[in-house]
Design a binder for this molecule. Sequence first.
Ligand code: FES
Length: 260
Amino acid sequence: MNITYQYSRPGYHTGYIDGIDKLSSTLYMIRIRLINDRIYSLPPQFVMIWVPGYEAIPMSIAEQSGDGSRINIIVKPVGETTRALVQMDNEYIGLIGPLGTPLTPRTDKILLIAGGSGIAPLIRYAQYYASLGKKLTLVLGAWSYREIGETLRLTKKYVDKVITACMDKCEAHGLVTDVLSKGYVDENEYDYVIAAGPEAMLKNLAKLIKRPNKTIFIMERHVKCGLGLCGSCIIRGTSKLLCYHGPGFLLSEVEKVIRN
Ligand code: FES
């Protein structure tokens, strides 16, 4: 996909799902075509996806076409709505977006660290920075290699180097945090670190990171409205709303919350 460097105001859109690929034992990629419409986003912006008969759920944009007519999302079917979504090939959905605030510092060398479905917003970062000719290394972690599956091939489109981390057949045995603590990568060799994954992973990662003002964490909270209205996604201990100010934050902005 080509890329665009602008982002549009949030709007209501109709999308048509014209492809669903199983990427791994736990993840699916859903390809969405906008009907007579466009969404322009920058990482780590997201969309609310309304699945008819179910609810609206926040999903990171994993890839976006340069003309704004298509987005891809990565779904881990864990609840009623996400389980229904991965069965909706050739069906219509509603979208609201793009939501959240872009966070794309000027930088030349970036280390991306993904745990599980945290890979979704990081693929979008990889797509964005690769299009600018930047150097990218990705640490891709999961419990087992089966959970990584085809995401490895997908990410190799954009990144120069991938280090997989899991408990069985990966390059690094252990957690993504072990990749840093055991010296597979050194954060000092990169201008920025961008990480996404489960809160426990981010908490452990925060203990290792030495430059919180050069580190972006993509956070997760309970998103209801997605528009900065209901307050359900507040990052406690700060005045930040994840859906409005985030979902990406400099670690220096949220480190008290993360490190507690
Ligand atoms: S989800 Fe309502 S304010 Fe963020």
